[in-house]
Design a binder for this molecule. Structure first.
Ligand code: FAD
Length: 430
């Protein structure tokens, strides 16, 4: 059975394909072309080194603002602070920015922030707009590189893995790295992702596995891809997939499947590709072709997790002069496409409050961080819960429930306008 819809269940303008035994797909061909694309080797990685291993306390490196992690949350925060005249140092355990990986969809709220920090138009020209909305699937690598390019050349310290955190007697924080070096920081911003050591140290629980995993990849069409710029969804039982053109030569795809456990970590791309293909083997050939055209370094399998920040039970986002941003604080599932968008929102809100406290001195840093936590919680808690519930609905495998979802909820109940209300976010330029 096939159903094409313009009012999606997931918040993207989309065509939905409801799969029974014989899935069928229809994607009118309107776009061709080739993309010059940036040369990854042209991007120069910048690195600074912190103090040498085993140095006595007197030689310990002192920093004002240290950001742990060099993902979207970190770089957006560092760029925002930089625009507001506050220098920060970014530490990441990797030897370079994450160059592999796939894409993520950025909605209107994400674009407002990218405009506010001066990189929106640069990115817009590289990625296709999806069906008249301010929605684009953006390559993670290009987003990270674009943000990193805004920072002074000595901002990011790669190969710097945080091992231990301690409060120092002076009221700052001592960060010990696995190479034995250490940094004394006045302010620490934890942007170290879902397994955040900073969050763990602050007393946060491990994120919770939600019962499904995702394969993701970025199909590459050297001669140009021919899909319409819109998201295509395919629904099965306990299984769903989608694909969306990213640029004239690249198409992002995903498959979400139920699994009682997160399963073993698999990094061999040939195994991942085989598993992804087998999961949807009788599904539309377009999807199988995109998977087949996916380069090894862009295929990934991720167990989906989130953390619900219950009022009064969960710790606040800040403790003294230490604060968390995005996945380190509030990991959410991919179902609303809001994880990275909220990273961008968090970044500008935090940077404004922190810069104002540092520069004017009228508010203490601790109060500024508390104010960030209080402002962001009512925004991110409902989104985390909603993303989880949407995921449960989409991953149902009961035939009767799937039939109601496919025949009533998706075609008759869901409307695009209300579904995208959460993407409204005002953000003045920094
Ligand atoms: C399957 C899937 C699909 C998604 N799709 C979308 C989407 O379409 N739209 C959207 O907006 N969001 C999406 N998201 C969410 C989005 O990817 C995340 O919210 C976002 O990337 C998190 O960024 P971050 O900077 O908080 O964390 P990360 O990107 O995880 O960065 C954390 C950084 O911290 C570093 N680090 C970790 N530990 C240490 C340590 N001990 N010392 C030093 N450095 C350390 C890591 O190396 C890493 O660079 C998706 C997520 C998933 C899983």
């Amino acid at each position: 059975m096939v159903l094409l819809l313009h009012s999606p269940l997931s918040p993207l303008p989309a065509h939905h394909f409801l799969v029974s035994k014989q899935p069928f797909i229809h994607t009118p061909i309107t776009r061709t072309g080739s993309e010059p694309g940036p040369d990854p080797s042209a991007y120069l990685l910048r690195s600074i080194r912190v103090s040498a291993a085993g140095t006595p306390a007197a030689d310990r490196k002192e920093e004002h603002v240290v950001i742990v992690g060099a993902g979207i949350a970190s770089l957006a925060t560092a760029v925002s602070l930089h625009r507001l005249g506050v220098k920060s140092v970014v530490l990441d355990l990797g030897e370079s920015l994450r160059t592999g990986g796939t894409s993520l969809t950025l909605f209107k709220n994400g674009w407002r922030v990218l405009d506010a920090i001066g990189v929106g138009n640069d990115l817009r020209t590289q990625f296709l707009e999806i069906q008249g909305q301010e929605v684009r699937a953006v390559e993670r690598r290009i987003l990270l590189e674009t943000l990193a390019d805004q920072l002074p050349s000595d901002s990011i310290s790669f190969g710097s893995k945080l091992r231990k955190i301690e409060r120092s007697e002076s009221g700052g924080t001592l960060l010990e790295l696995t190479d034995g070096s250490s940094i004394s920081a006045k302010i620490v911003i934890g942007c170290d992702g879902i397994r955040s050591p900073v969050a763990k140290w602050m007393g946060f629980s491990e994120p919770r596995y939600v019962g499904h995993c995702a394969f993701r990849g970025l199909g590459f069409y050297p001669g140009g891809q021919l899909f319409e710029p819109r998201v295509n969804y395919i629904y099965g039982r306990g299984l769903r997939a989608g694909f969306v053109p990213v640029s004239p030569t690249k198409v992002y795809w995903f498959i979400c499947f139920n699994s009682s456990t997160p399963g073993p970590k698999i990094t061999d791309p040939s195994v991942l590709k085989k598993q992804a293909t087998e999961a949807v083997q009788n599904w539309p050939s377009e999807l199988l072709n995109i998977i087949n055209l996916t380069p090894d370094d862009t295929i990934i399998r991720t167990p989906l997790v989130d953390r619900w920040l219950w009022p009064t039970i969960s710790p606040p986002a800040s403790s003294g002069k230490i604060v968390l941003v995005d996945d380190a604080w509030h990991p959410m599932t991919l179902n609303l496409g809001q994880g990275a968008c909220c990273a961008l929102e968090d970044a500008v809100v935090l940077a404004r409050k922190l810069a104002s406290a540092i520069k004017s001195g009228s508010t203490s840093v601790e109060d500024a961080l508390r104010s960030y936590s209080n402002e962001r919680w009512p925004r991110i808690f409902p989104l985390t819960v909603r993303a989880n519930l949407v995921g449960s609905l989409l991953q149902w495998d009961n035939p009767a429930v799937c039939s109601v979802r496919n025949n009533v909820i998706i075609p008759k109940v869901v409307r695009l306008g209300p579904m995208l209300e959460h993407t409204n976010f005002d953000c003045e330029p920094l």
